[in-house]
Design a protein. Structure first.
Length: 388
C-alpha cells in the first residue's frame, strides 16, 4: 500500500510539474499573439475592401440571436457586403426573425436561402453547401447564428486577405453565460482552457493550422481547392478540418485579434455533460497526439492529488501554490487580458472545479466514440459522423 501511495505521489508531482510547464508555454503563446497582433495592426491595407458574403446557417430561435443579427448589420466596412441566411425549411421559426431584420435594416442586402437537401450528417455544412452558389462575392465569412460582433469585425477579418496565399481567417471568442453553474463553467473553460490551448498550439507550431467555428473567413477559390463544403458534410469538427485542409493545400491560416461572442445555454447537468463530451471527443479525433497530452494541462487536480497522496507534505503545498499561481496567471492573461472577458473575474473561484471537470471529460472521452448532437447519436470515425 505504501508503494502504491508513493507511486501515485510521484506521478501526480510529475504531472503537476508538466502542467506548470504547459501554463508557462501558454503565457508565452499569449505574449506572442499580442505582439503579432500589434504588428498586423500596423500593416497598411487602406483601400482593400472587397465585397463579402456573410453566410449564416440557422435553425430555430435563440434568445440572443436577433442581437447577433443586428451586430452584422452595423458594420463599419468600406466595401459592399451581404447577409445570407440558410434554413432547411421555410417553416423554421428563424424565418420570421430574418423577415424582421430585413424590415429594420433595408439598406443591407439580406437574403434567405432554403436548403431542403440533407447532403450529409452535418446539417450546418449541408446548408452551407447549398447557400454558397447564391453568394455574390468571392470573399465569404461563415459564423453561427448567435455570434455577436463589433462594428469593426468585417474590416479586421478581411484585412489579412490583402496578403497573398491567405486561405482562412479565424477569430477567438468568448461564451456569454447564463446564470447557472454549468453555463458558467463552460464559459470559463472557453476563455481560460480552450483559447489558452489555441494560443499555445499557435506558438508551438509556428502558426495556426485549423479554424474556429466562431469565424471562418475564406474565398471561393480557396474553398474549391479542398473540395468545397461538400467535402466536409460528414465531419463533426468542420471548422477544424477546413483550416487543416487549407493549410495542407498551401494556404496561410490567420488568427486575428477580433474577439466575438457566442451564447452558452442554461445547461442542465446532463446537457452540459453531453456537450462537453462531444467537444472532447471531437478534439480527440481531430488532434490525437496533441489531445493525449491535454491531460497534463489540468494542473490543479494533479496538484491536489499530490497533496493527498503525500499526506499533506510541505513540498506538496508549495507545488499546489505554484500550480494555482500559474493557473490564475493564464486565466487572467488570456481570459481578461486578451479576450476582455469580465466573466472570468466573476468566476475565478470556479477554476479548480472547472479543471476537475476538464480532466474528468478528458479521461471519459476515451471510453467511447459516441457523441450526441442536436438530439441525435453518432459514432465518430476519424472525424466522420456515422449514425448509431
Amino acid at each position: 500500500m505504501e508503494t502504491l501511495s508513493l507511486a501515485v505521489e510521484i506521478v501526480a508531482a510529475l504531472l503537476t510539474a508538466s502542467g506548470i510547464a504547459y501554463s508557462l508555454l501558454a503565457l508565452l503563446g499569449a505574449r506572442a499573439f499580442e505582439h503579432d497582433s500589434r504588428a498586423a495592426a500596423k500593416l497598411n491595407v487602406d483601400g482593400f475592401a472587397p465585397g463579402v458574403s456573410i453566410l449564416k446557417p440557422v435553425k430555430g430561435v435563440d434568445p440572443r440571436m436577433y442581437a447577433g443579427f443586428v451586430s452584422h448589420c452595423m458594420q463599419q466596412y468600406a466595401g459592399e457586403y451581404e447577409l445570407l441566411f440558410g434554413v432547411s425549411s421555410l417553416d423554421d421559426p428563424a424565418v420570421a426573425e430574418i423577415a424582421r431584420l430585413r424590415i429594420d435594416y433595408p439598406q443591407i442586402g439580406i437574403r434567405l436561402v432554403e436548403c431542403p437537401e440533407r447532403l450529409g450528417s452535418n446539417g450546418k455544412v449541408s446548408n452551407l453547401a447549398q447557400m454558397l452558389p447564391h453568394a455574390r462575392f468571392e470573399h465569404i465569412v461563415v459564423n453561427d447564428s448567435d455570434i455577436l460582433v463589433s462594428p469593426q469585425y468585417l474590416a479586421r477579418v478581411i484585412a489579412p486577405f490583402a496578403q497573398e496565399k491567405t486561405g482562412l481567417v479565424t477569430a477567438p471568442y468568448i461564451g456569454r453565460s447564463e446564470n447557472t453553474l454549468w453555463s458558467r463553467l463552460e464559459a470559463l473553460g472557453i476563455s481560460t482552457d480552450f483559447m489558452a490551448g489555441v494560443l499555445t498550439a499557435r506558438k508551438l507550431e509556428g502558426g495556426i493550422r485549423f479554424g474556429l467555428g466562431s469565424t471562418l473567413a475564406t474565398t471561393k477559390t480557396a474553398l474549391a481547392s479542398i473540395g468545397g463544403f461538400e467535402a466536409l458534410v460528414e465531419q463533426l469538427a468542420d471548422d477544424y478540418e477546413m483550416g487543416a485542409r487549407l493549410a495542407r493545400a498551401g494556404y496561410r491560416v490567420e488568427l486575428v485579434h477580433e474577439v466575438v461572442a457566442t451564447t452558452v445555454p442554461p445547461y442542465t447537468l446532463r446537457s452540459f455533460c453531453e456537450h462537453q463530451l462531444r467537444w472532447s471527443r471531437s478534439t480527440r479525433d481531430s488532434r490525437r497526439a496533441g489531445y493525449l497530452g491535454l491531460g497534463v494541462t489540468y494542473v490543479l487536480p494533479w496538484a491536489l492529488t499530490a497533496v493527498i497522496a503525500s499526506g499533506g507534505a510541505l513540498w506538496s503545498f508549495s507545488l499546489l501554490s505554484l500550480a494555482l499561481l500559474v493557473r490564475v496567471a493564464v486565466a487572467l492573461t488570456v481570459g481578461v487580458g486578451i479576450l476582455r472577458d469580465g466573466q472570468v473575474l466573476r468566476d475565478l473561484i470556479l477554476l479548480p472545479l472547472r479543471d476537475c471537470f476538464g480532466l474528468f471529460f478528458w479521461a471519459w472521452s476515451y471510453a467511447s466514440d459516441v457523441v450526441v448532437w442536436r438530439g441525435e447519436r453518432f459514432r465518430l470515425r476519424r472525424g466522420r459522423l456515422e449514425r448509431v
